[in-house]
Design a protein around this ligand. Structure first.
Ligand code: PAF
Length: 295
């Protein structure tokens, strides 16, 4: 596996693989790889001849007071993990490489941003100002650096996944955006690099996120059509954890990401929650198809 640190070298490497007739897949990550990421890598290995995994803790998607400085970093460990999986390329640029004009005195950058409107109004977007602007900007840069045919993302970050699908369509990227279902611990907790911040008591309580989205799924599949009742089912499940500080429990249309009042038969919706345990923010969600005729 090749470790590449610069955009120029990455572009040359991608061009060479393409000239050789290979198809290219990219798995963008923040690193500190866990089983959830490995599921993305395995999907990428199925989808293309040549797989690049990027590891870059992107400063522009972390807000003031968020965990950019303390976000887990383990490039050595990630490298070993990816080598064992037969990944072709690890792209691990520095912040200076991805944001070259940050320290420019006359015109500190970045000056060009990729911004997504409407889809960032609710869920995480309502609580993390400029987060998705940071994500769409860095993913655009990673697409230009790595030149993939396919890019693989986790559906655990459901809003990000929907936004990136639309980004690729709106900006005419000739890239298939593939979503991989959330990988869970045996008790249902969604795998996340942030789970390691939880103390044992918080870790035990954190299963309420999964219980909440499962309660929403069961209510909808059982024929509930009032969004308020579905949200109520999620809130009840979250209330079982005494230390859970709920940021949101919401039900939105899966394509527009706008809130729904009344669920329409056949509609696809997204039930999502974000919860703090101390300083640790966890999210979970489920995409649900409203039954064609309520049972
Ligand atoms: O989902 C993530 O890990 C990040 O938001 C991403 C897509 C790698 C962009 O930094």
């Amino acid at each position: 596996m090749e470790l590449i640190r610069t955009v120029d070298a990455m572009q040359a490497h991608a061009d060479a693989a393409r000239a050789d007739g290979q198809t290219l897949a990219l798995v963008p990550t923040l690193g500190a790889l866990h089983d959830g990421h490995l599921a993305l890598v395995r999907r990428a290995l199925e989808a293309a001849d040549h797989v690049t995994v990027s590891v870059f803790v992107n400063p522009t998607q972390f807000g003031p007071g968020e965990d950019y400085d303390t976000y887990p970093r383990d490039l050595g460990g990630d490298r070993e993990t990816l080598r064992a999986l037969d990944v072709d390329t690890l792209f691990a640029p520095s912040v200076e490489e991805m944001y070259p004009y940050s320290d420019d005195e006359a015109l500190p950058g970045p000056l060009a941003w990729v911004d997504m409107v409407r889809l960032d109004e609710h869920l995480c977007g309502a609580h993390r100002e400029d987060h998705f602007r940071g994500v769409t900007t860095v993913v655009t840069k990673l697409f230009h650096a790595c030149k993939p045919d396919v890019a693989v993302f986790g559906k655990k970050d459901a809003q990000q996944y929907v936004i990136l699908q639309r980004l690729a369509e709106d900006l005419l990227f000739d890239i298939d955006i593939v979503g991989v279902p959330t990988v869970r611990e045996p008790d249902g907790l969604a795998q996340s690099s942030r789970n390691e911040y939880l103390d044992p008591d918080e870790r035990e309580q954190a299963t309420v996120l999964y219980e909440a989205v499962t309660a929403a799924e069961e209510a909808i599949e059982g024929g509930e059509q009032a969004a308020e009742a579905v949200v109520g089912a999620m809130e009840n499940a979250l209330a079982a954890a005494p230390d859970a500080d709920v940021q949101y429990a919401e039900l939105v249309d899966a394509h527009t990401l706008q809130p729904v009042d009344h669920l329409a038969p056949g509609q696809e919706v997204l039930a999502a929650v974000a919860v703090f345990f101390g300083d640790t923010r966890l999210i979970d969600n489920t995409f649900v198809q409203v039954p064609a005729s309520p049972s």
